[in-house]
Design a protein around this ligand. Structure first.
Ligand code: G3I
Length: 391
């Protein structure tokens, strides 16, 4: 919630330092609120109020630079505008290649979405491929894009077993050695962006599907306390951001989400710096869990933020009109669940258009999981999300 002022697209027109100053003040105030009271429920209201306040501020003749809207959108009808009116963000995962070279991709990423996640470029192998050798070029490029478009930024991710360079396991051969590596990585990465990110996946994918602990190097060396240690380091490096645990296949009530729930409950009762739980939501058309909202709700009742962090809904081939309509209904179900749960901060989709989805490489038997098709045309799912956000 530390950057809720970025929720409105209108703010992108506003270069006035006067207005920015006021907005930063509001962001800091929100962050203080977050520290004082763990429950996020009133902040959702605050986000809507902030959106209205920002709209009022920029309605004054302070800003003049026109916003570049996505080609498909009438003024005020982008997903980011509609989401801001409902007090949530609507985000997207991006990659630097098309963000640099493809104007349609840029227009949609900047015009339709109010939150940015680096699809791959904040991961350990990207930012610290060799011990002590940090490379933030791509991450910084994406951050600049987000800042230019007044978007919040969600950091993905600090501690994860995957896309982890082999040197971490090779050198982290004792708890002390691994602790030192983790300390340096989290301190350097989260510390570099302190004050700029709204939230971080401090820990990603700690669970196996059966709800047992994933046997990552972090778990095998440090035991389950590695989660608290990572959260604590991330909180020390950037106390203003919200710190999340994020996982997939935790979208309904099942063994894996029960394990997440038990951990979250225990961390909250210990006063660990856990702020939220992310539900990746890599789903299949026609298979959204019937208890999706109920599952979000139980985490919210712990006083935590929740967010849909990596939404895509892939379609088993062959793709038909009927399946595209099912996909649209499924997107609507997920977005409506977030709207219905007041602690839900927002929804991020895992890619700009179908041509950029990880699904193309990982699930060739499935297809077309996103809101825009290969030619950047909005799909039925896009219009369903728009309609759902309109309420
Ligand atoms: O960087 C190399 C490049 O040098 C090489 O030429 C190319 C050849 O295939 O591969 C590139 O690496 C790819 C990398 O994405 C960056 O593009 C990997 O092969 C590819 O496996 C990797 O896939 C990513 C995947 O995470 C890896 O785990 C996907 O793009 C990314 O969307 C996906 O995202 C994850 C989230 O982080 C966590 N939740 C699940 C989600 C989907 O798997």
């Amino acid at each position: 919630m530390s950057a809720i002022f970025t929720e409105t697209r209108v703010k992108r027109r506003c270069n006035s330092s006067h207005v920015k100053g006021k907005l930063m003040l509001f962001a800091r105030h929100s962050s203080d609120l977050r520290r004082r009271r763990r429950s996020r429920f009133p902040l959702r209201l605050a986000a809507a109020v902030a959106a209205a306040a920002v709209a009022a501020l920029v309605a004054s003749p302070l800003g003049s630079e026109p916003a570049s809207a996505a080609p498909t959108q009438a003024q005020g009808e982008s997903l980011r505008d509609l989401a801001a009116q409902r007090g949530i963000f609507f985000g997207v995962a991006v990659s630097p290649g098309p963000l640099q070279n493809d104007s349609s991709y840029q227009d949609i990423a900047g015009g339709e979405f109010s939150s940015i996640t680096h699809e791959n470029d904040m991961k350990w192998e990207s930012v610290q491929p060799s011990p002590g050798q940090f490379n933030f070029d791509n991450a910084d490029f994406i951050n600049s894009f987000a800042q230019d478009n007044s978007q919040r930024i969600h950091g993905h991710t600090l501690v994860w077993h995957s896309q982890l360079p082999s040197w971490v396991e090779e050198q982290g051969t004792s708890p002390e050695a691994l602790r030192e590596i983790m300390n340096n990585h989290i301190g350097t990465v989260a510390g570099r962006y302190a004050g700029q990110y709204s939230s971080w996946d401090a820990v990603n994918e700690p669970w196996e599907d059966d709800g047992s602990w994933r046997q990552s190097v972090f778990y095998t060396q440090l035991g389950e306390d590695y989660v608290t240690e990572a959260l604590t380091l991330a909180d020390q490096a950037d106390p203003g951001a919200s710190h999340y645990i994020n996982d997939y296949n935790t979208d309904g009530v099942n063994a894996k989400s029960n394990a997440m729930y038990n951990l979250a409950e225990s961390l909250v009762s210990q006063g660990a710096p856990l702020d939220g739980v992310g539900f990746q939501s890599h789903l299949i058309a026609g298979q959204v869990p019937g208890d999706y909202q109920q599952n979000l709700e139980r985490f919210a009742e712990l006083g935590l933020e929740v967010a849909v962090t990596e939404l895509d809904i892939r379609i088993p081939r062959p793709v038909t009109q009927e399946k595209l309509e099912q996909q649209a209904e499924d997107y609507s179900t997920v977005v409506q669940a977030c709207l219905n749960v007041s602690a839900c901060q927002g929804v991020t989709v895992w890619g700009v258009s179908d041509q950029h989805s990880w699904v193309n490489d990982w699930f060739p038997e499935d297809a077309e999981p996103l809101l825009f098709d290969d030619n950047y045309q909005p799909k039925p799912a896009y219009y369903a999300v728009q309609e759902t956000l309109r309420g």
